[in-house]
Design a binder for this molecule. Structure first.
Ligand code: ZN
Length: 249
């Protein structure tokens, strides 16, 4: 069993490394296969050895082998996080077809984190690709009742659309469409919870950032990482959180 977890973790690491490329290149309109990954400062093409997730960073001491420029620790951390989330998804959902939906959701959200942090953009191409995969998956593994997916997509889309209109640009069109996709996966209740949790995480981070001077007032903050946290919390723990909340009354 442990071997299986390690295997899934490694698959997550490798995919995490790939999702980083997808999140960096698709919004810029570049191909995800060519050119091969290179050092951003000296353009040295990375060899197979230098592409090994996390380990390459460790054994190169966090520096490019060619020009010795420091490599951002964001890359190995992102790969580790993807690996851990893949293993956790399997731990939480187990031998259930739903696990594929969980892995797909983690994949979409990790790509969006990169894309939103790098460009403040959520590309339509990525949303459309994942929407098609989710439709196929939810036909095989429907929510109960099945139309909860349609309801969820409508609720997620309309909720964010209203907020985008009311906040006059506080939310982008990408966020509106993303919550449509999330609603399709999560259903109505959980997509609303995902939104509330995203705002909650964003607010906590924003306040902490203001207090420590890492966030400037009035400067837009990429919301992608908080949507990732909010959506995954809702997906994995949403029903429990709602039960817990109701038990107070
Ligand atoms: Zn270099």
């Amino acid at each position: 069993m442990l071997g299986l977890y390690i295997y899934i973790f490694i698959v997550g690491l490798v995919l995490g490394s790939f999702y980083n490329v997808v999140g960096m290149r698709v919004p810029a309109g570049q191909s995800i296969v060519r050119p091969r990954s290179a050092c951003p400062s000296c353009s040295h093409t990375l060899t197979a050895r230098e592409l090994v997730p996390v380990l390459s960073y460790v054994w190169q001491g966090g520096k490019c082998r060619n020009c010795r420029t420091r490599i951002s620790p964001v890359y190995p951390v992102f790969e580790l996080l993807t690996g851990l989330l893949f293993a956790f998804t399997f731990y939480w959902l187990g031998w259930d077809a739903e696990v594929f939906i969980g892995w797909t959701l983690v994949s979409l959200l990790m790509i969006i984190v990169v894309s939103d942090l790098s460009y403040m953009l959520i590309p339509n191409k990525i949303l459309l690709f994942f929407m098609i995969v989710f439709v196929i998956e939810r036909i095989c593994v429907p929510l109960h009742p099945w139309w909860e997916s349609i309801m969820g997509a409508a609720i997620g889309f309309i909720l964010l659309f209203l907020i985008a209109v009311l906040s006059k640009g506080g939310m982008g069109g990408g966020d509106v469409k993303l919550f449509g996709v999330l609603g399709f996966v999560l259903g109505g209740k959980l997509v609303i919870l995902a939104f509330l949790l995203s705002c909650f995480f964003g607010t906590i981070f924003g306040l902490a950032g203001l207090a420590t001077g890492h966030v400037k007032r009035g400067k837009p903050m990429p919301f992608g990482p908080f949507i990732m946290l909010g959506a995954l919390t809702s997906y994995f723990f949403g029903h429990r959180l709602i039960q817990y909340y109701i038990s107070f009354f």
